[in-house]
Ligand binder design. Structure first.
Ligand code: 8YV
Length: 325
């Protein structure tokens, strides 16, 4: 008999079929209040779990006594209780490499669209406001040759530095726990303390994952250290930035603008003040959302689950200490 797994995100047909060749699948559309009881019921038999979104915490794991492998269709895993998974010797698999360039492209899109006011001016064109040669009220600010500060120099930070350095002649500053020799050699990147990066950067790009340590890394105090002409880009996880403090800073001119792909609450509540600020470009967490990359992530996650349940994990494991136990 094939091992039973719970799938909680719709997969392309060929990938669904690939999973089916190995496992007996119980499928759900997400894990939410409405289906929690049914998911918990299916988890009683499940040896594998694959999907994205929704909390995989102790309560859920307590309903999954036979679980041997978990695979998330994402690079981020802040909604997983990794300590609890590790304690139970369950490998957590993720998709760290396949989305790197796509997310870096999204960050660059936010840099360009905030600086050049792309969304704002395009809306004005559609509204019929382009009736004569444009004046200064349509102008933006330059991106090329400006200083970019990258907070969180992982794979995506590196891909962003590459674009900024080679594509836009931008000096690159970065703040990270460890030194990145490759970034320094390839892109002339300079490692800085956070305060120095905030004070010197024209674009501050925050790419940190969410952990207890990174929560509200950027708050009132940090925003006050930025140039008043600077633009903040948020593309890691929303709670890394204190949104209330950011809204205040955008309103009172502490900083010039913000480009955001992630928010403290997602979907962004309809009454968020961010939606009324002309100097904000807000995207619906599209970092990795291209057809090609989302397919690649799903394929990687399927392979990861198969590897985890057949004891053949070679890469992409968040807690590799549980392997070979
Ligand atoms: C996805 C992401 O949007 O991979 C991540 O961590 O944030 C995004 O690529 C998200 O996980 C939904 O699949």
């Amino acid at each position: 008999m094939k091992p039973s797994i719970v799938l909680y995100k719709k997969l392309p047909a060929d990938l669904h079929q690939r999973l089916e060749e190995h496992f007996s699948i119980v499928e759900f559309d997400g894990i939410n209040e409405g289906n929690r009881a049914k998911v918990f019921d299916a988890l009683q038999q499940a040896e594998g779990l694959i999907g994205s979104g929704g909390a995989v915490n102790k309560e859920l794991l307590d309903h999954a006594p036979r679980l041997r492998g978990v695979s998330t269709i994402s690079v981020g895993y802040d909604n997983f209780d990794v300590d609890e998974l590790t304690r139970r010797e369950i490998p957590l698999m993720h998709t760290p490499t396949v989305l790197t360039d796509t997310v870096a492209d999204t960050v660059m899109a936010l840099v360009l669209s905030t600086a050049r006011r792309v969304v704002n001016v395009a809306e004005r064109v559609k509204a019929g406001e382009w009736t004569s040669n444009i004046g200064a009220d349509w102008f933006g600010v330059d991106v090329h040759h400006k200083t970019i500060g990258i907070i969180g120099m992982g794979r995506i930070g590196m891909a962003l530095a590459q674009r900024a350095h080679f594509g836009f002649d931008m000096p690159v500053l970065y703040n990270a726990r460890s030194q990145h020799k490759a970034a320094e050699e390839r892109f002339g990147a300079k490692k800085c303390e956070l305060d120095e990066l905030l004070a010197k950067s024209d674009f501050v790009c925050v790419l940190l994952p969410l952990t207890d340590q990174t929560f509200h890394t950027i708050g009132k105090e940090q925003l006050a250290k930025m140039k008043s002409s600077a633009i903040l880009i948020s593309a890691g996880r929303g709670p890394v930035i204190d949104e209330k403090a950011l809204i205040a800073a955008l309103k009172d001119g502490t900083i010039h603008a913000a480009g955001m792909d992630v928010f403290e609450t997602e979907p962004l509540p309809k009454d968020s003040p961010l939606l009324c600020l002309p100097n904000v470009v807000a995207l619906p967490h599209i970092g990795s959302a291209t057809h090609e990359t989302r397919y690649g992530m799903a394929a990687c996650a399927v392979d990861n689950l198969i590897a985890a349940l057949t004891g053949d994990v070679k890469e992409n494991c968040v807690n590799p200490q549980v392997l070979n136990k």
